[in-house]
Design a protein around this ligand. Structure first.
Ligand code: SAH
Ligand code: SF4
Length: 357
C-alpha cells in the first residue's frame, strides 16, 4: 500500500491517550475513574496487545473501547540482525503506509532501544540517510510508545535505556515526544527511570530552552558533529539558523538550570571534522561546559560522507585519550547492518524500486 492510499479513517490508538485524558473519557462515559487506572495497568504493566484481552474491564466497556480505539498501529515490514553483536533493526509499517525504523542495541548489561520521532526529517544533514527523505509527517505519541512495546515483546526483555536517535528531530515534534516519554516513565505504568530516556537534538535552540524551562527530567544530547561554524553549516544546514555559539549558550543554560551534564554526539566524518586540530577543539569544549562527548565513526551513506581511515581515527583517538576522560570514542554498533538512522528504510525503498523496473 502506498502512503495515504486507503480512505478508511485510521482509528486512534489507546497508546495516544494520556492518563489524564483517559480519566476524562471514563468520566464522560460515566464509568468509575478507577477504570482509567485499570486500563493503564493493562497497557503498560501487563502489556496487553489487544483491547479484548483487558479482562479486568466489562465486556461492554471493552466493546466500546474497541469501537473507538486500536492498540496496534505498527506492523513489521523488515527485520535484520547483526551476526557480530546482535544489534537488531526493525522497519515498521504505519497504519497509513509510511515506514519508520527502530533499533535495539546490546552493550554489556545495557539494552538500548533507539526510536524514531518523525517519518523522515526536515533538517537535511548531509551524512544522514533520514535527512534525504525530507519530512513526511510527525509520529503520534502512540506510534512512539508502540515501537518500545513491540520491540520489548519481540526480544522478551525490557529496555534499560531509550534514545530518540532513530528517524526525525524530536524537538520538532516536541509535544508528542514528551507525552510518550512521560507515559514510559509513569511510575504507575511502564515505570522506566526518566534519566534513562535521552532526547537527542541536532541543535534546535528553542526546543532546548523549552526543555530546560519545563524542567524535563529526561537526559539531553546534542548532535554537535563540528565545533567550526563553517564546517557545521556545510554538513548540518540547521546551523545556518542556529550558530554554534548560540547553541553552546543554550547548552550551558540547560546544564546550569538542571544541574546535569549534557552529552554531545560527534560523528567522525573524513575531510570534515576528524583532524588533530578538531580533536583539540573538542577537548577544549569539555573544559568550557559540563559535558561528555561520544565520538562515533560515520556509517557511510555515500562517497562524500564516510569515516576517516583507521590511521586518521587513531591520531584523533590518541589526542583525546591523553587529554580527556569525558570523551568516549565508540565503535558504531551494528555497522554491517546499516544501523545508522534511515539506512534500512533507504535500502528497503531501493529494493522496491529495482523490483518495479
Ligand atoms: N535528529 C536528532 C536525532 C536523530 S539522529 C539528532 O540529529 O540528534 C541520531 C544520531 O544519528 C545523530 O547524533 C546523528 O548525528 C547520527 N547519525 C546520522 N547519520 C549518521 C551516519 N551516517 N553515521 C553515524 N551517525 C549518524
Ligand atoms: Fe534529521 Fe538528525 Fe538526520 Fe540531521 S541527523 S537529518 S537532524 S535525523
Amino acid at each position: 500500500m502506498n502512503p495515504n492510499e486507503s480512505n478508511a479513517p485510521a482509528k486512534k490508538s489507546l497508546l495516544d491517550v494520556s492518563f489524564d485524558e483517559l480519566t476524562r473519557i471514563m468520566t464522560d462515559w460515566e464509568e468509575p475513574v478507577f477504570r482509567a487506572r485499570q486500563i493503564r495497568e493493562a497497557l503498560y504493566v501487563q502489556r496487553r496487545t489487544r483491547i479484548a484481552d483487558i479482562t479486568t474491564l466489562s465486556k461492554s466497556l471493552r466493546d466500546r473501547l474497541n469501537a473507538h480505539y486500536t492498540l496496534r498501529q505498527l506492523s513489521l515490514e523488515a527485520y535484520i540482525e547483526s551476526e557480530k553483536d546482535g544489534t537488531g533493526k526493525y522497519l515498521w509499517r504505519l497504519a497509513d503506509g509510511y515506514k519508520i525504523e527502530s533499533v535495539v542495541i546490546y552493550e554489556g548489561r545495557r539494552t538500548t532501544f533507539c526510536i524514531s520521532s518523525q517519518v523522515g526529517c526536515p533538517l537535511d544533514c548531509k551524512f544522514c540517510a533520514t535527512g534525504k527523505m525530507g519530512l513526511l509527517r510527525n509520529l503520534t505519541p502512540g506510534e512512539i510508545i508502540e515501537q518500545v512495546l513491540q520491540m520489548e515483546h519481540r526480544i522478551g526483555r525490557r529496555p534499560t535505556n531509550i534514545v530518540y536517535m532513530g528517524m526525525g528531530e524530536p524537538m520538532l515534534n516536541y509535544d508528542s515526544v514528551m507525552q510518550a516519554a512521560e507515559t514510559l516513565t509513569d511510575p504507575d505504568g511502564y515505570g522506566l527511570s526518566p534519566r534513562r530516556i535521552t532526547i537527542s537534538t541536532s541543535g534546535v535552540i528553542p526546543g532546548i530552552y523549552r526543555f530546560a524551562d519545563e524542567e524535563r527530567p529526561f537526559s539531553l544530547a546534542i548532535s554537535l558533529n563540528s565545533v567550526d561554524d563553517d564546517v557545521r553549516r556545510q554538513i548540518m544546514p540547521i546551523s545556518k539558523k542556529y550558530p554554534i555559539n548560540d547553541l553552546l549558550d543554550a547548552a550551558r543554560y540547560y546544564t546550569e538550570k538542571s544541574g546535569r551534564l549534557i552529552t554531545f554526539e560527534y560523528v567522525l566524518l573524513d575531510r570534515f571534522n576528524s583532524t588533530r586540530e578538531d580533536a583539540r577543539k573538542l577537548v577544549k569544549l569539555t573544559h568550557r561546559l559540563r559535558s561528555k562527548i561520544n565520538v562515533i565513526p560515520c556509517n557511510a551513506t555515500d562517497e562524500a560522507y564516510r569515516p576517516p581511515s583507521a590511521e586518521k581515527t587513531a591520531v584523533f583517538r590518541e589526542h583525546i585519550n591523553e587529554r580527556s576522560r569525558r570523551i568516549t570514542m565508540r565503535k558504531r554498533k551494528g555497522w554491517e547492518i546499516q544501523a545508522a538512522c534511515g539506512q534500512l528504510y533507504a535500502e528497503n525503498q531501493r529494493r522496491k524500486k529495482s523490483k518495479k523496473s
